[in-house]
Design a protein around this ligand. Structure first.
Ligand code: GLY
Length: 380
């Protein structure tokens, strides 16, 4: 079946799910307007906007989610909450020396989207200044963007950063300076070489020499089960990150890498009825899942399906995304009024924070459904 045929066959589910998202989020948009939530406590959104909590890496997802809903509905309640969230996020500029690689997650889907939708100049400035701070993390000897701050993590790279570099592609285009894109591509090329394995599985953390190019000193388990296993959210960051790098640069190697990771992700997720495990190589028990990996990967799979010509592969990737989203909607979505979050069963890491709602689960689930509705808006 062709792309449009698959969408049509699932149209009723897509439309109903979108309506449920709008019903629930139009309520929480008002209820949690002056917070930046990460998870829920006894059904209520928590708040990461106070003091140094404002530096928490997920603090762009609530505002980003509100912009996704605004794009999909045009409702003012979403725009107002997105703008409030961006105002709160500005508190992070009180701690400039503690900003780190996740500025893309924080500002590109909040200020970056605000600027693109409304032309707001102070939003443009926030996204540009933080893009400059991301670029300044480039290790000129090693050809990579370092993760975190301080001497202990000097030389560390993480697969997650494939999502942050989208902010650099935007900055290049916005101010007509190719250096941002060149640095993003060098980081992506390092990630192909050092993070993506031959079978399409992924290393989370790689430790490099800080003085020499193209060196790997050590691989770390990071948030996955072990240094040789595959943390599913890491694979999802790679899948979505590489197809986005392809969209921004048209370099075929990024498309090929996205396909390789997608094939691995699909093969592993099929084994558990389309509900992604936390780590694809974890022991059989305890059976830990991670809904956020499924939501992120679904976004990547849909973009992959849209950006390839081969009809068989198009069908494979789009169908896999829909299978994952449907399985998660049936088993893990909470549509009640007594719980502020929607997607349950997110997991922070193999050692901690198992099976909980996490804000970027709701963000990427919503982004995926908006893509399936045919809305032509790419936040990244
Ligand atoms: N970027 C950190 C995580 O995915 O948990």
């Amino acid at each position: 079946m062709k792309y449009e045929g698959i969408i049509q066959a699932n149209k009723q589910w897509i439309d109903t799910t979108w309506e449920k998202l709008d019903e629930k989020l139009s309520r929480t948009a008002v209820k949690s307007r002056y917070k930046i939530p990460y998870t829920t406590i006894n059904g209520e959104h928590d708040d990461r906007s106070k003091g140094e909590d404002i530096l928490w890496w997920t603090n762009g997802f609530w505002g980003g989610l509100m912009w996704q809903m605004y794009v999909g509905t045009g409702k003012e309640c979403y725009k107002v909450t997105a703008e409030e969230s961006e105002n709160l996020l500005a508190g992070a500029f009180n701690y400039v020396d503690n900003l780190y690689h996740d500025v893309g997650f924080m500002w590109h889907i909040t200020s970056g989207v605000n600027y693109r939708l409304t032309g707001n100049i102070s939003s443009k400035n926030c996204n540009l200044i933080t893009a400059m701070s991301l670029m300044s993390r480039y290790n000129v000897d090693g050809n990579y963007i370092r993760a975190w701050n301080g001497s202990e993590t000097d030389g560390w790279t993480i697969i997650d950063c494939m999502m942050n570099i989208n902010q650099l592609y935007w900055a290049s285009e916005e101010i007509g300076d190719s250096r941002f894109t060149k640095i993003a591509m060098r980081h992506a090329d390092m990630s192909i070489r050092d993070h993506v394995r031959e079978d399409g599985s992924v290393n989370h953390i790689v430790v490099h020499d800080t003085e020499k190019a193209d060196t790997v000193l050590e691989v770390k388990a990071g948030q996955g089960y072990s240094e040789t296993s595959c943390w599913s959210r890491g694979a999802a960051w790679a899948l979505y990150g590489f197809i986005l790098s392809y969209i921004h640069t048209k370099a075929e190697r990024y498309l090929e890498t996205a396909k390789k990771v997608a094939d691995y992700f699909i093969k592993e997720t099929e084994k558990t009825a389309w509900l992604p495990r936390l780590d694809f190589c974890q022991p059989e028990t305890p059976l830990y899942y991670d809904s956020t990996a499924g939501a992120i990967a679904s976004c990547g799979l849909i973009e992959l399906a849209k950006n390839i010509d081969n009809e068989v592969k198009k069908e494979k990737y789009l169908s896999a995304a829909i299978n994952i989203l449907k399985a998660m909607e049936k088993n893990w979505c909470d549509w009640t009024e007594t719980e502020d979050s929607i997607l349950q069963m997110g997991s922070e890491r193999y050692t901690d924070g198992i099976h909980m709602p996490i804000i970027y689960g709701d963000y990427f689930f919503t982004e995926a459904i908006l893509k399936l509705k045919g809305t032509d808006f790419l936040a990244w």
